[in-house]
Design a protein around this ligand. Structure first.
Ligand code: 8YV
Length: 330
């Protein structure tokens, strides 16, 4: 049987894709960063499989110009980068890497919450700027015990965050558009309407997929419902927050602060106003960026790719309805 053609659009060391090279004819985007749309379209003229980051836009036009493509294997849990409806129409499977990164993202979320509560960035700047002198201190922070964490999106990551928050003595509530059956260990975390969650929480943390329904789920109105002393945390996708509205809320102290691992534009423009604000803590999309987690994500993404190319059913298919009409090798 002919070896399937695969395009690897991620900058990965040779040994990490050995399993693909053993089974497939591989073309690679060898540089840092990602291929442009034109480069992607050119590479997909013959490819049956694509392995790319969850930041690589695979839109309808790209899919329509990929006549042999059978699987898009995303290196990431998010799949808002792929036009899934178009993929399904074309009989292309879309795969992702859920589960293996939940701990890493939940850990970072707690890191953000602790940083905000204990004013870690402020303290660090204080020391580095040489302002630490006898009698000089920074403002007091707050305990987490007894504070309310509102979780928007109670999927795998939201649940891991809830467990961790509980260990710190926090109370929890959550909003989820889908009815969630939670196990007993999460009984302390009650479902609540979104507006009530915003009104009641000391920390609001976002753990939703980016969809038309969650786009700008936090805007000026939602920010105005939050307590003046509350903090907003986002480790999901930048577009779930109306960023200019958040800038305004931070400037006017409508809320106390925000910690963001994701932005509407990544990387941000040099003059992005958020970067001028002391009450905004911004990281460069590192939610899953640990050695162990990235390794597990890659293995899962490669499994999904190779299993799909063999005509079998991968572990993580975002569009299972495409299985019935999937493309066969031409
Ligand atoms: C990665 C992510 O940074 O899993 C996701 O959806 O956003 C992150 O884990 C990204 O996928 C790397 O390409």
């Amino acid at each position: 049987m002919a070896r399937p053609h695969v395009y690897v659009a991620l900058p990965l060391p040779d040994q990490s894709i050995a399993r693909i090279v053993d089974a497939c004819e591989v073309a690679r985007y060898g540089q840092r960063g990602q291929p442009s749309r034109d480069e992607l379209i050119a590479a997909l003229a013959s490819a049956e499989g694509l392995l790319g980051s969850a930041m690589l836009a695979v839109d309808e036009g790209v899919l329509d110009s990929a006549p042999r493509l059978r699987v898009v294997s995303n290196f990431g849990v998010g799949y808002n980068n792929v036009d899934v409806d178009a993929a399904t129409r074309c009989g292309i499977l879309v795969c992702n890497t859920p589960g293996v990164l939940s701990d890493a993202v939940a850990d970072l979320t707690m890191g953000f919450i602790i940083s905000l509560a204990r004013r870690l960035p402020e303290g660090e700047r204080f020391v580095r700027d040489g302002r630490w002198a006898p009698g000089q201190g920074v403002r007091l922070g707050n305990d987490l015990r007894g504070k309310m964490l509102g979780i928007i999106g109670m999927g795998r990551i939201g649940r891991e965050v809830a467990q961790r928050a509980r260990a710190f003595g926090m109370d929890g509530c959550f909003y989820d558009a889908f009815e969630q059956q939670l196990d007993e260990s999460l009984v302390f975390c009650a479902p609540i309407a979104l507006d009530d969650l915003l009104r009641d929480s000391d920390y609001v943390s976002l753990h939703v997929n980016l969809t038309p329904e969650t786009h700008h789920i936090i805007g000026a109105r939602e920010l105005s419902l939050m307590k003046p002393g509350a903090y907003l945390v986002n480790t999901s996708r930048g577009q779930v927050i109306d960023q200019p509205a958040l800038v305004e809320a931070l400037r006017s102290n409508t809320i106390a602060g925000a910690a963001l691992d994701v932005l509407e534009q990544e990387p941000p423009a040099a003059d992005e106003p958020l970067l001028q604000l002391d009450n905004a803590l911004v990281l460069p999309h590192i939610g899953s960026a640990t050695v162990e987690t990235r390794r597990a994500m890659l293995e899962l993404a490669i499994d999904n790719l190779l299993v799909a190319l063999r005509g079998e059913t991968p572990q993580c298919v975002v569009n299972p309805e495409a299985l019935a009409t999937r493309r066969v090798p031409s």
